[in-house]
Design a protein around this ligand. Sequence first.
Ligand code: SAM
Length: 378
Amino acid sequence: MWDDAGLGVDMGELRGTHVPVLLDRCLSLLGPALERADKEHTVHVDATLGLGGHAEAVLAAHPRTVLIGLDRDQEALAHARARLEPYASRTHLVHAVYDELPDVLERLGYERIDSALFDLGVSSLQLDAPDRGFAYAQDAPLDMRMDQSRGITAEEVVNTYGVPELTRVLRVYGEEKFAARIASAIARERAKAPITSSALLASLVRDAIPAAARRTGGHPAKRSFQALRIEVNGELAALESALPAAPDALAPGGRLVVMSYHSLEDRITKRALAERARSTGPVDLPVELPGSGPTLRLLTRGAELPSDDEVAANPRAASVRLRAAERIDEVGDQTSVGRAARERPRRRISPLRQPQQSKRDGGHASQEGDKQDKGEAT
Ligand SMILES: C[S@@+](CC[C@H](N)C(=O)[O-])C[C@H]1O[C@@H](n2cnc3c(N)ncnc32)[C@H](O)[C@@H]1O
């Protein structure tokens, strides 16, 4: 699993193709939580490690910081492991979905963390891989799983979902106006033979969209591919669970930064942070009742957008929305982050069938990753 040599990792090439989004802004937001004079060391969670660009910059800037890096993609973890080798004595890299954060922290023996970063969505590694099926511009098997060891593939979604369900996926997750037409075209095609390639799907989608509409909004298959990726990876459900879990894990003064690339991701983030930034007590009382005060202070006014310079230097930043918050309440019960987060009821926003996820198929942060983590941990 961690056979970096077998993967032919070439970090020089990958560094060149991936520029961490809003890196300076992330560092300035996270910095105060990681440079605490009252702590011997601080703990940063990179919930979406990817190629490790943000993580490397955090480790370089904060020599007293321990990194816990999560990714559900084993290939990404292997690349990040190679990149972060100089910091191996203060990193734990774990194969996990980020809503497993409480379990990961419990197993690694950390009660609280000082900061967390979520840089959502897919990485350039995944998009550019010719065999993963994320890209409409390359022909590949229709996979689209970030974690290729479990869960349903895009091929299964495309060939087994009923037309109404497929229409909903395309409309809700892809904001695709022609969702019903595309779903019907898929159903007609798969009645002849299963749809197994990204090129075939891309051309079906293209043909299902009226010619006039094809001329605007980028590649006609872009929205449908995005929708399928979100469905296959249960992305919004994982975020819904993780955004209570991560603030719960923060120590007082701890900070959280979330970068979204999709309006639904940003909406979930906005709501999760706003809920905790206001009092839950009666409005007419002059003082807060115990436990009813806000637990977060928002560090951004609304969602921050990238500057023109950032987008010119890094086109992937074009759709980013950044939100950040700081934990402001005293954490009363210091016993276990894991227990607190597990006891919180989990809300699922999507009425759609979710693919088998880590929790459901009994998956855990990988045992193998764990063993290695324990070995490398300081
Ligand atoms: C945009 S990339 C992160 C890039 C990273 N910040 C960097 O500097 O290289 C997003 C990464 O998050 C991972 N990811 C997406 N959803 C995840 C989830 N629910 N749990 C864990 N990892 C996830 C993807 O596999 C991908 O590698």
